[in-house]
Structure formats: structure tokens, C-alpha cells
Design a protein around this ligand. Sequence first.
Ligand code: HEC
Length: 214
Amino acid sequence: MLPRWFIPAGILMACIALVPFALVARKRAVETSRTRPQIIFDMDQEPKFKTQSPNALFADRRAMRPEVPGTVARGELREDDHFYRGKVGDQWAVDFPAPVTREMMNRGKERYEIYCMPCHGYAGDGDGPVAQRAEKLAEGTWIPPTSYHSDALRKKPVGEIFNTITNGIRTMPSYAGQVPPADRWAIIAYVRALQRSRWATIDDVPAAERDGLR
Ligand code: HEC
């Protein structure tokens, strides 16, 4: 025969046994800014510094350390002055570091129309959509992009134009971040083609194709 208290005690215990589940259910439903208690840590919290976080150990209090000056990443030694800086000796290069090919010209046209055309326009007159919009807004702060078809720019050494893309010039920003060196040269080849086309005569067109033009 069971004692009289056995059944009520059993019911009570069964109710108490549900409490942890109720607590878990509550924790799952209610928002809190505190981190949840964790039973198995795995590698969720690690004693490390994340990007952009502070670190009092260093004088500038940044956990992210700058490169040691003069660091060169593997395979990124930029020794070739002509290719990487547009310089030959201490003069601006007047020729391209590699022969200009049809492929390079196509690449240059494509890159030009992405990165330069918005300001300088399809034909290099300085009338791209950004320039047009700025004229329309008439805020008085806009310096129009230089036309490529002036004598001065036609004579400008390719190396100097390379430097203009790399470092920007006066109000034009640098495009080094968007346009890697090989693409800069391709763009310059295309700029040269634009300049040449403006001054082309009928003699520049192959004889076989002249008919349609006259
Ligand atoms: C955001 C608009 C903008 C874009 C995009 C832009 N430029 Fe310019 N560019 C200018 C402006 C503005 C000037 C004139 C700067 C001045 O005189 O203050 C200029 C000037 C120049 C000059 C003349 C520099 C000189 O020696 O006088 C060259 C060459 C040139 N840009 C090439 C490029 C090439 C190549 C690209 C594409 C990689 C490009 N620009 C993209 C706005 C732009």
C-alpha cells in the first residue's frame, strides 16, 4: 500500500520538473541585450582583437597595426618605374611599357567608359553625364573636366597621364583604387586613340573603306 502523500508529492514533482523548460522557453522568446548563458563554448568567444577595435597597448590605441614602412608583399614588388609610375629615369615616359594591341585597346575603351566617361564624355570633350549634371546644378564649385583635344594634352607624355590617373590632378581624384596599372595603360591607349581620331584625315582611313564616308 502506498503512503497517502505519495500521489500529491508525485504531482508536485512533475510540475516542478517542467519549470526548467518554462524558463528556457521564456529565455528564447524574450529579447535581452545580455549574452545568453552558454554551456558549451566551442570557440564562440575568443580572447582576440577584431578589426577596428581599440587596444590600449599601442600609443595610437588601435588594435589594427599599420604596415611596417617598406613592407613588400610577396609578388608585389613594384620595381618597374615605367610600368608602375610612368617614369623613365626622372622623365615622364613618352611610350607605352608594352606594345599596344587590339585587345588592350578594347579593354581600354571598356575601362574608359566605366571610369572616365562619366566626367570626360565618350569622345573626351569633358561633357560626360556628371559634367552635364554639374553644369545644370550651377552650384559654382564645379571645375569642368579638361578636354583631351587641346594641343597641350595631345602632347602630354603618356607617363604623365598615367600619373594623373594614379594620383589625380587638382580637382580630379585618384583612380588608382579602381584602375590597376595595366588597365591605366589600356585607358591611356584609348585616350590617345580618341585624340588621334579628332584630328584624323581621310588618309587615315584604309582605301577600301573610304567609299561609305564621303
Ligand atoms: C569625377 C569626374 C572625373 C572622372 C571620373 C575622371 N576625371 Fe579626369 N578630370 C576631371 C577634372 C574635373 C579635371 C580637371 C581638373 C582641374 O583642372 O582641376 C580632369 C583632368 C584630367 C586630365 C588633364 C590633366 C592635365 O594634365 O591637365 C586628364 C588627362 C584626365 N583627367 C584623365 C582622366 C582619366 C584617364 C580618367 C579615367 C580613369 C578620368 N580622368 C576620370 C574629372 C574627372
